[in-house]
Write a protein that binds this ligand. Structure first.
Ligand SMILES: Cc1cc2nc3c(=O)[nH]c(=O)nc-3n(C[C@H](O)[C@H](O)[C@H](O)COP(=O)(O)O)c2cc1C
Length: 322
C-alpha cells in the first residue's frame, strides 16, 4: 500500500508521491502534462538561481508561474551566499511558493564548481548553516533541503549534516543517496535514506531510481521514508503517478502519440519557438524510451528546426511504436 500523505510544517502533502526538480524539464507546461495524467502530492520547480531571482520578472515563464491547482509547490534555489539566499527567500515567499527548498544536491560543474553551490556546499557545513539561518530568518513558508551523500558514504558525515539541519529547524529533507560526483547510472544507496529517517524528526523524502509502483513500494518499506520523489521516470512516463496509485493507462501507440502531441501543444503554447525546441528535445530523450525505435525517433526530433517539423515527425513515427 502507498502510505498516506504527510505535512511539511503546516503544509499538507496529500499524496506522498512527489515530482522532482529537474532543470530544463520541471517547467510549468511539463508539470501541467504530469498533472493531466496523474496526481503528484507535490511538485518542485526546476532549480532557480538565488542571485538572478531579484532581477527576474516573477512571471517570466520558467521561473515564477504556477497554476492555481498545483499547490503545494516547492521552489528550489541554488546559491552559495547567505545574503542572496535571504533576498531570494523573501521574494519567493511573496510569490506563490508554499515551500522554499535549498539545493545541496546538484553536482553539475556550472553549479558546484563555478558557483560553489549545490552539492559543493556539502564540503562546508558552516556555510550551509549560515545560508539556512538566513533563509529561516525571513521565510514565511517551510524551508527544506535536497541533499546528496557528499564525497563518500559516511554515516558520521550524515549525522553532522542532520545536526545542522535540525539546529536550523529545517522542515523536511529530500535525500538522493548518490555521492556528489556519481552519475545517475550508478545504483543509489537507499540504506542512507533509511538512515536519514532515523536521524530526522521531520519528513524525509527518498529519491533515486524509482521507475515503477514496485520500486516505490520497496522504497517506502525498505527505508521508512515519508515521501518518494520521482524524476526521470516521470519524464518518460508522465502518467507514472497514476500507475503507482494503481490506475495504469493501457500503453498503446495511439496513447503514446496522444501524450506526445499533448506535450507539444502545452510546451509550444507556453514558450517561444526557440525555447520550445530546446524543451521538447530534452523531453523527447526520455519520452522516446517508451518506443520500440525510440532512439531513431529522438534523433529525428533533435534535428528538427520548427514546431511544424516536430509535428510532422510525431505524426509519422508513432504507428507500431510499442
Ligand atoms: C535533466 C535533469 C535535471 C535535474 N535538475 C535538478 C535540479 O534542478 N535540482 C535538483 O535538486 N535535482 C535535479 N536533478 C536530479 C533529480 O531531481 C533527481 O534527484 C535524480 O534524477 C534522481 O531521481 P530519479 O532516479 O527519479 O530520476 C535533475 C535530474 C535530471 C535528469
Amino acid at each position: 500500500m502507498i502510505p498516506n500523505g504527510f505535512r511539511i510544517g503546516a503544509i499538507p502533502v496529500n499524496s506522498p508521491l512527489i515530482l522532482a526538480p529537474m532543470a530544463g524539464i520541471s517547467h510549468l507546461p511539463f508539470r501541467r502534462l504530469v498533472r493531466k495524467y496523474g496526481a503528484p502530492g507535490m511538485v518542485f520547480t526546476e532549480m532557480l538561481s538565488a542571485r538572478a531571482l531579484p532581477g527576474e520578472n516573477f512571471n517570466w515563464p520558467s521561473y515564477g508561474q504556477c497554476d492555481e491547482g498545483e499547490h503545494p509547490i516547492s521552489y528550489q534555489v541554488f546559491t552559495s551566499d547567505p545574503e542572496e539566499a535571504e533576498i531570494a527567500t523573501r521574494k519567493l515567499c511573496e510569490g506563490p511558493a508554499d515551500i522554499v527548498d535549498l539545493n545541496l544536491a546538484c553536482p553539475a560543474p556550472e553549479i558546484a564548481k563555478k558557483r560553489k553551490a549545490g552539492a559543493h556546499l556539502l564540503n562546508d557545513l558552516a556555510m550551509v548553516s549560515k545560508i539556512l539561518q538566513a533563509m529561516k530568518a525571513v521565510a514565511t513558508v517551510p524551508v527544506t533541503v535536497k541533499i546528496r551523500l557528499g564525497k563518500k558514504a559516511d554515516r558520521g558525515f550524515l549525522g553532522e549534516l542532520a545536526g545542522v539541519l535540525i539546529e536550523n529547524k529545517i522542515d523536511a529533507v529530500t535525500i538522493h543517496p548518490r555521492l556528489t560526483g556519481e552519475k545517475l547510472k550508478r545504483v543509489p544507496r537507499w540504506q542512507y535514506i533509511g538512515y536519514m529517517t532515523e536521524l530526522m524528526k521531520v519528513p524525509v523524502i527518498g529519491n533515486g531510481d524509482v521507475k515503477t509502483r514496485d520500486d516505490c513500494l520497496r522504497m517506502f518499506s525498505e527505508t521508512g521514508c515519508d515521501g518518494v520523489m520521482i524524476g526521470r521516470a516521470a519524464v518518460q512516463k508522465p502518467w507514472i503517478f497514476s500507475s503507482i496509485a494503481g490506475n495504469s493507462p493501457e500503453i498503446t501507440s495511439e496513447f503514446l502519440l496522444r501524450v506526445y502531441i499533448e506535450a507539444i501543444r502545452l510546451f509550444s503554447g507556453y514558450f517561444k519557438e526557440t525555447v520550445f525546441l530546446g524543451r521538447i528535445k530534452e523531453f523527447t530523450w526520455y519520452f522516446s524510451r517508451n518506443m520500440k525505435f525510440g532512439h531513431h525517433f529522438a534523433s529525428l526530433v533533435q534535428n528538427a528546426n520548427s514546431l511544424a517539423d516536430i509535428d510532422a515527425i510525431a505524426e509519422k513515427n508513432f504507428e507500431g511504436s510499442c
